[in-house]
Design a protein around this ligand. Structure first.
Ligand code: SF4
Length: 346
């Protein structure tokens, strides 16, 4: 099988907090706490979860915009965490990020032409007619016209601004686009248009996507595979279609039940989670979801962190419920994978 384009293994990002006067030990915000996944070329992988679950920190650590605390990030086989500054700069050309808010990611004092042409001048050395032609091409690719070229960001709509950001990201022919909530700042009326556009762009340019969103319907619509994050960890992962139509982890069940997802089988009543998401400085012992779980099976949930249980269809879940299912399986009662497996590449 072809190697994945991006392979993330046991990624951690802990932010140290200043020690209080009476505190003996340093405390950390465990923003990303042992995350592993792979994305094959041409596929879309979605990271979904509430805000504060660590999705954006994963993206920033992948690009090494922040230093990972531990783990491996391989892009085309090359370990980004152990590469030199010049190697990272080279790799960043092939991995571009689109930010949530198109307005603040564009310099209000520069025209569209200036914004899109900058990377071409710096990295490709393009000038004059060649530069103008390339900018025109890029604007055409993202559905803008040459008349938009000399406008300033404030003269564009939200959707047009996002397209300018995408044109700039595409200027160096990247292989991977990281899309961090690319539609959440847009009017509802243009969100679907933007998703359709991203889908056709992916097909046309053979791009690979890492899609980050709190919106399950967006992830279901755009992604082949999904990882559900809770407090810095992926607690369920699998084919998006299956995860949303048959969620296994209680947290995923609650998310799916609360949001209308087209064509998904959903319970009649939403599962309301009690309490707020705990702080990433004080992650609960055992299963990190046990303080809000409505299917808790006992002390084991508070004392032992669940392993990763893999299923024959390639999906996986971190929940003790599936240890029981595995034991039932051994006794011939059907259910899970039969035994817990290590997290593995799909
Ligand atoms: Fe709930 Fe226990 Fe599963 Fe955690 S391990 S999700 S607390 S049942």
């Amino acid at each position: 099988m072809m190697d994945p384009l991006l392979h993330v293994k046991n990624l951690k990002k802990y932010f140290p907090l200043r020690k209080g006067f009476l505190e003996k030990e340093k405390t950390y915000v465990r923003a990303v706490d042992d995350v592993s996944f792979s994305i094959r070329r041409g596929n879309s992988f979605g990271l979904v979860g509430e805000s504060g679950s660590g999705k954006t920190t994963v993206a920033r650590a992948i690009l090494r915009l922040i230093e990972p605390t531990e783990g491996e990030v391989r892009f085309e086989g090359m370990d980004i965490c152990r590469s030199s500054e010049s190697e990272i700069n080279e790799m960043r050309r092939e991995m571009q990020i689109i930010f949530q808010d198109p307005h603040s990611s564009l310099n209000p004092r520069k025209t569209v032409f200036k914004i899109v042409s900058e990377p071409l001048i710096i990295h490709e050395g393009l000038r004059g007619k060649k530069l103008r032609r390339r900018v025109e091409e890029l604007l055409e690719t993202v559905g803008l016209k040459s008349e938009h070229m000399f406008r300033y960001p404030h003269e564009l709509s939200g959707g047009q601004k996002q397209r300018v950001g995408i044109a700039r990201a595409l200027s160096l022919n990247p292989k991977l686009l990281i899309l961090d909530e690319p539609t959440s700042a847009l009017d509802v009326s243009v969100q679907a248009q933007m998703l359709n556009f991203l889908e056709s762009l992916q097909r046309e340019l053979d791009l690979t996507y890492l899609f980050i969103s709190h919106n399950l319907a967006v992830i279901r619509y755009t992604c082949d595979t999904v990882g559900v994050m809770y407090l810095g960890k992926i607690i369920e992962m699998g084919e998006a279609e299956k995860v949303f139509s048959m969620p296994r982890h209680p947290y995923t069940k609650a998310l799916v039940s609360a949001v209308p997802i087209p064509q998904a089988e959903q319970p009649e009543t939403a599962i309301l989670l009690e309490g707020d998401i705990p702080s990433a400085t004080h992650i609960p012992s055992g299963c990190r979801f046990h303080t809000r779980c409505f299917e808790k099976i006992g002390a084991v949930c508070e004392e032992r962190e669940p392993e990763t249980y893999c299923f024959p269809d390639g999906s996986q879940v971190n929940c003790h419920l599936f240890k029981s299912t595995a034991l039932d399986d051994e006794a011939g009662h059907g259910g899970g994978s039969g035994k817990p497996l290590e997290t593995k590449d799909r």
